[in-house]
Design a protein around this ligand. Structure first.
Ligand SMILES: *Cc1c(COP(=O)(O)O)cnc(C)c1O
Length: 379
């Protein structure tokens, strides 16, 4: 244990406390922020929002990008765009950050938990297929859950720590069952599956720019889609559904104040310019961790087959929950921040009654996976 902590300190060239993930502002951040402040356009409109949306769409290879105030808001709107309504059901993975399930709940829909694959830590296409075959039927072009009688409207897989799940296979199953695919790509900017960027496989995808993500605007998010009418609707309902007019206030439905302020977008434009550099640094760190842990016979989690990972959060797989707890205790006490993967969503009070399959793999990973310091290193 001591040797792991020492190695991490050597990697980050410090004896001070090492956080799990801290942002790096080593580009044009201050320049753009100053420019934004000087312009006085710090709020709802401004050139940085427009620039960011254009540049982001280009980066991931989607036609449209709509900036939002955070990733949860992006997910919430994405689910609305996928036509999820109150009392619908949405399939997702139990191993995810709470935001995925919160967004589903904001609509009054209910999550169903289907197991993950061990290698990707993301939704398993085999488990998804089995769940649908055992529990659902297609009626009038909708997927009906025979247990509850409700419609399964959407499926939200998540690319855990930047490792892509088998998204193409999941997309094909969703198509067959008339389920809309909404990707929670909050953690996977810069990650690809079979050379296509994550977040661009389904009708809509959502990303986050929270302070701990690979690039950050303090708080922020974005929705991506190739569908022009969905893009227009996303912009409309994230900006209070105001009908465009030079001075009059009129709104044509209940909208949301989910827009990204221009000042946050200024920070984000500068961050996006550095994405390539951040990706290189993270990959380098992953290679160093991999070599180190293979000598110790500890399983370092690598990018799965057919994918290119952004290695947002680096992770190791320990032998069992006792070894995990020992490692968490020792490292955190000795100045190196480490963190277990999330508690399974179905174990939380709010979601304990939701339908689920056996969740065997999710449970296995929950007891063993630990994140280790992953910040971009400045050399
Ligand atoms: C970060 C994250 C989100 C969105 O979080 P925000 O803090 O609202 O930007 C959603 N899903 C997952 C899996 C995340 O990691």
């Amino acid at each position: 244990m001591r040797n792991i902590v020492d190695f991490i300190k050597k990697m980050f060239k410090t004896n001070d406390f090492i956080p799990l993930h801290e942002p790096r502002f080593i580009g044009n951040e201050k320049k753009y922020l100053n420019d934004c402040i000087d312009s006085t356009f710090v709020s709802s409109v401004g050139k940085y929002v427009d620039t960011f949306e254009k540049e982001f769409a280009k980066t991931v290879g989607s036609k449209y990008a709509i900036a939002t105030v955070n990733g949860t808001a992006a997910l919430h709107i994405s689910l609305i765009l996928a036509d999820v309504k109150k009392d619908d059901e949405v399939i997702t993975q139990p191993l995810t950050f709470i935001a995925t399930c919160n967004a589903i709940s904001y609509i009054g829909a209910k999550p169903i938990f289907v197991d993950v694959d061990l290698d990707t830590m993301g939704l398993s296409p085999d488990s998804l297929k089995l769940f649908l075959e055992n529990n659902c039927e297609i009626k009038e072009n909708t997927c009906v859950n025979k247990t509850t009688g409700k419609i399964i409207k959407a499926c939200v897989p998540m690319h855990t720590f930047g490792h892509s799940c088998r998204i193409l296979e999941i997309n094909n199953i969703c198509d067959k069952w008339h389920i809309k695919l909404v990707e929670d790509a909050a953690e996977s900017l810069g990650s690809y599956y079979k050379n296509k960027h994550t977040g661009t496989f389904g009708k809509v995808g959502a990303f986050s720019f929270n302070g701990n993500k690979i690039i950050t605007s303090g708080g922020g998010g974005v929705i991506v889609t190739d569908d022009e009418s969905l893009a227009k609707r996303a912009k409309h309902i994230t900006t209070t559904a105001k009908i465009s007019h030079p001075y009059e206030y009129a709104h044509d439905e209940i909208g949301y104040n989910y827009r990204l302020p221009n000042i946050n977008a200024a920070l984000l434009v500068a961050q996006l310019e550095q994405l390539e550099r951040f990706l290189v640094s993270k990959k380098e760190l992953a290679t160093k961790y991999k070599d180190f842990f293979s000598n110790l016979d500890i399983n370092f989690i690598e990018e799965p087959k057919n994918s290119k990972s952004n290695y947002w959060l680096q992770a190791i797989l320990l032998n069992d929950i006792n070894q995990r707890n020992e490692f968490l205790e020792f490292s955190n006490k000795n100045g190196v921040m480490t963190r277990p993967i999330w508690k399974l969503m179905n174990e939380l009070e709010m979601f304990k009654d939701c339908q689920k399959d056996d969740l065997k793999n999710a449970k296995y990973l929950e007891e063993r996976v630990v994140n280790i310091p992953s910040s971009v290193r400045v050399v």
